[in-house]
Write a protein of this length. Structure first.
Length: 123
């Protein structure tokens, strides 16, 4: 466990995650690029169950110069040990989402959780 000079411990966030999490069926994605053609190949690992806090949200938009840009349908927050990353997919309540952006949240310099905005793949 990492303890900062402020007394903040990475495990401090564990209780919040324990109280609010639900089980998601999570698939890690691997994207490889052909060295000759440049074509990308996407492969998904077998789904595994992970615990994360799931927030369902009405579609959120960001105003862009060219118009409105969709930035998320849902959010997840998970322990840093889960290792969520962009383009991974998860299923909850029979709906599949993919991870669009991931931000690691720190408190007093200690990594506490990963927070991700997600887009709906299958309604």
């Amino acid at each position: 466990m990492t303890i900062a000079a402020t007394g903040v411990v990475a495990g401090d966030f564990t209780q919040i995650l324990t109280d609010l999490t639900r089980t998601l069926s999570y698939k890690v994605v691997t994207i490889t690029q052909n060295a000759r053609t440049g074509d990308e190949t996407t492969a998904f690992a077998t789904a595994s169950n992970v615990s994360a806090v799931f927030f369902l949200n009405d579609q959120k938009y960001l105003f862009d110069k060219d118009g409105l840009l969709a930035v998320g349908d849902a959010y997840i927050m998970a322990a840093t040990t889960v290792g969520i990353k962009r383009y991974d997919q998860f299923t909850v309540d029979s709906k599949t989402y993919y991870v669009e952006t991931v931000v690691r949240r720190h408190v007093a310099g200690v990594a506490m959780a990963d927070y991700a905005s997600c887009m709906l793949v299958t309604p």
